[in-house]
Write a protein that binds this ligand. Structure first.
Ligand code: ZN
Length: 106
């Protein structure tokens, strides 16, 4: 059986966990599944309670703009910022380097 997609997040009615998942049952009614904490499931089972839950939940939305994908979900986004550029100054090399004094003595 395919895993149901999370359509939003809401505070768990049982334990108060702030990011309980909101999913749809086979009839298209939203229900709460506290998948990350107490595992409680709260079903709406009719259109009235379904609409009330959908009003309360924070919907999961995915926005794609060029190469940037913004997901408004609890999952942390991977850091993509490059490290700050450092001006590289090559070391000044003297002809002969450390060997030069020895050669000069010879
Ligand atoms: Zn809970």
């Amino acid at each position: 059986m395919a895993k149901k997609p999370t359509i939003g997040h809401v505070e768990c009615t049982v334990c108060g966990f702030p990011d309980a998942h909101v999913k749809e049952d086979k009839n298209g009614h939203a229900y709460i599944h506290c998948a990350d904490n107490c595992q409680a499931q709260t079903f709406t089972r009719n259109d009235f309670r379904n609409s009330k839950l959908r009003e309360r939940m924070r919907a999961v939305t995915v926005t794609v703009t060029d190469d940037t994908v913004t997901v408004t979900a609890p999952e942390p986004a991977p850091a993509t910022a490059p490290p700050p550029a450092i001006d590289k100054v090559p070391p000044v090399k003297k002809p002969g380097g450390w060997l030069q004094p020895l050669l000069a003595k010879g």
